[in-house]
Design a protein around this ligand. Structure first.
Ligand code: ATP
Ligand code: MG
Length: 243
């Protein structure tokens, strides 16, 4: 399987007036196509910083980052946004939908930015992504008219609509009750079974267990990266009904 993400000796230092925070130190990480990786660790250990760098929302202070074989360590903001839009699907804890765009328009946005698809092609892609998350019947609603679980599923549709190389999720169920959280987790499981490469930050040990590989971070360093046996819990999870 090809390597989608390769970090070598990556570091990130935040400098403010009084202090330097070494948020990430000497991170070496490889994620291969089709893998499902979880990242856990205590608050402030660097999980979101790592995910932001993987998602090209932030740059690093040292080391290197190769995405799909391409060196993306030192790109300017414009080039970074362009690659992010094509290669990365990001799911945030707080959904981050645009409130004055409809569900359809929110999901269409990454395709609109790309500019290489015509209106009909975009429509087909958006409808298929919304069908995938069982929300095609809510296409013309606005985010405020949806439940939290539904909003997060729209965010999943927006993340997959570009058919990105990797899906990154930062505490995707952190703002959801247990039933809605289970629906979103099942959706990620299903996308993984269909071939998606996923890297998910989670506080929840049960969530981490659903991934094939669990990585723990402490104080900006990877302290544990285990690769459990193939028998993961995905196959045993019942599919909850989506509403
Ligand atoms: N923009 C910033 N400027 C300065 N320091 C920052 C910045 N972003 C993060 N940090 C610091 O970097 C460290 C790692 O933060 P990060 O948000 O990655 O933690 P986290 O593991 O995601 O925590 P949580 O579980 O609470 O979300 C923290 O000490 C934080 O204060
Ligand atoms: Mg965080």
């Amino acid at each position: 399987m090809s390597v989608i993400i390769k970090l070598e000796n990556l570091s990130r230092v935040f400098s403010t007036d009084e202090i330097e925070t070494h948020a990430l130190q000497n991170i070496n990480l490889e994620i291969k196509q089709g893998e499902y990786v979880s990242i856990s660790g205590p608050s402030g250990c660097g999980k979101s910083t790592l995910l932001s760098i993987l998602g090209l929302l932030d740059g690093c202070s040292g080391g290197s980052y190769h995405l799909n074989g391409k060196d993306v360590t030192n790109l300017d903001t414009k080039k970074r946004a362009e690659i992010r839009n094509k290669e990365i699907g990001f799911i945030f804890q707080s959904f981050n939908l645009i409130s004055d765009l409809s569900v359809f328009e929110n999901v269409e946005l990454p395709l609109t930015y790309r500019g290489d698809l015509n209106k009909q092609q975009r429509k087909e892609r958006v409808e298929s992504a919304l069908t995938r998350v069982d929300l095609s019947h809510r296409m013309h609603h606005f985010p405020s008219q949806l439940s939290g679980g539904q909003q997060q599923r729209v965010a999943v549709a927006r993340a997959v609509v570009s058919q990105p190389a990797i899906l990154l999720a930062d505490e995707p169920t952190g703002n959801l009750d247990s039933k809605n959280a289970e629906q979103v987790m099942s959706l990620l499981d299903a996308l993984h079974r269909e071939g998606a490469t996923i890297c998910m930050v989670t506080h929840d040990p049960a969530g981490a267990e659903r991934a094939q590989r669990a990585i723990s971070i402490f104080d900006g360093k990877i302290v544990e990266a285990n690769q459990p046996a193939v028998s993961n819990s995905i196959a045993k999870q019942p599919e909850p009904e989506l509403v």
